[in-house]
Write a protein of this length. Structure first.
Length: 400
């Protein structure tokens, strides 16, 4: 097996997924072109060297339909011979794209690939693909394909996680994100110009500056209504010891919807000779799992545990963790299950504060981790993300 290296990891800022968001006027093609151009300029990459482009995207319809990875290359005037594929494993799609690109390198199928993801949630809203297992409530209940927030509320109920705890984690995420942004820690950001609004977005704009425990406590539960439509009954049937489902998740302690794209250059050792650019990290191992579908977003913890076990590692052997803040309770579960110190977990905030552009998130998290490993001169890190139906993916990297 060959070794797979990350030569660069870049991303756009995360824009608010609203009509007045700073990126909302741009197509997914425009976001990706900004990253294609930047990665060429930064590394000296020749387009003709790229043997595959693998992008995650969850809502593959409309502007994001028809294999947005290949379509974006055509719109960006890349050579016709460069292949591309778009994948969907829900919110871990970006990490799975990185893993698949690395596997192509490791097995000798390619020497140079691009991986990452894109999601324009202001233009292609979540569930706009009308997938039957989400759109049809009877089908959803029959096949236990529940909305992510319902799974997060079940996790809170099973683990005895209170409203105060989830609000405190959300506040911590906001405060860490504000500090990291103000200190310039997000070095992987490529500013994006929006000609329609005449503005350049150079920082994540989902952060809520004035968040407090008081303001969070005033928000209404977001998933109690859907719970009353049969979801709570299904979850209690599977967990008969639960008297009720605690609906603790709100708009304030759930991930913010966002627009963004991410891109990584992944290759073998020979690529360094052609680029005259040294790799930044090596991909050591990966794990993909599926946990209890009724918990929906519990896969992050299980994938991380599986990855550590496969390498004979403890959490103390890893310098930094970048774990998907799918919802506040899932982050608390990860920390409790894996016994991770808050000093090394999501040190610059997470998706609750920074935003969650679904297919792009995995690549963004990888860039954030790599930036922080370099800033602190540390060695190893794990990125992990949860997806719907209990899915989860985790990757272990070593900084070079």
């Amino acid at each position: 097996m060959k070794e797979a290296f990350i030569y660069d990891a870049i991303r756009t800022p995360r824009g608010k997924a609203k009509a007045d968001g700073s990126l909302a006027d741009l197509s997914p093609f425009a976001l990706l072109k900004s990253l294609y151009d930047a990665i060429e300029a930064r590394t000296g990459l020749n387009q003709s060297w790229v043997q595959d482009v693998i992008l995650g995207c969850v809502s593959q319809v409309g502007e994001q339909g028809g294999n947005v990875a290949k379509a974006s290359l055509l719109v960006a005037d890349w050579p016709d011979h460069v292949p591309a594929i778009t994948i969907n494993r829900y919110c871990s799609s970006g990490l799975d794209a990185i893993n698949m690109a690395a596997m192509k390198i490791m097995t000798g199928q390619a020497t140079c690939t691009l991986a990452g993801g894109v999601e324009m949630m202001s233009r292609v809203p979540m569930l706009s693909d009308k997938a039957i297992l989400f759109a049809d409530s009877k089908q959803a209940l029959r096949h236990r394909m529940l909305m992510m927030g319902s799974g997060a509320d079940l996790i809170a109920s099973l683990y005895g996680i209170s409203r105060q705890q989830v609000d405190k984690l959300a506040l911590d995420s906001q405060q860490r994100a504000i500090y990291a942004r103000d200190q310039g820690f997000f070095a992987s950001i490529i500013p994006v110009y929006n000609a329609i609004k005449g503005i350049t977005l150079s920082a994540d704009e989902c952060i809520r500056e004035h968040t407090s425990l008081e303001s969070l406590s005033r928000l209404a539960p977001a998933f109690a209504s859907i719970g009353g439509q049969g979801v709570d009954d299904l979850q209690r049937e599977a967990q008969p010891h639960l008297a009720q489902i605690s609906h603790v998740h709100t708009a304030g302690n759930s991930p913010a919807m966002a627009d963004a794209a991410s891109l990584l250059l992944i290759g073998d050792a020979s690529l360094a000779l052609r680029l005259e650019y040294q790799p930044r990290a090596k991909i050591i191992a990966a794990a993909t799992v599926c946990d209890d579908p009724l918990q929906v977003v519990s896969g992050c913890a299980k994938a991380t545990s599986a990855l550590l076990s496969s390498r004979g590692l403890n959490t103390s052997d890893v310098d930094l963790f970048e774990l998907h803040e799918a919802f506040a309770a899932t982050s608390i579960k990860c920390q409790q299950d894996l016994d991770i110190s808050s000093d090394i977990l999501n040190v610059n905030g997470g998706c609750i504060a920074l935003g969650h552009p679904m297919g792009a998130t995995g690549g963004i998290m990888m860039g954030t981790l790599l930036d922080e490993l370099e800033r602190r001169a540390l060695s190893t890190g794990i990125v992990a993300a949860s997806g719907a139906a209990g899915s989860g993916t985790a990757l272990l990297i070593e900084r070079l």
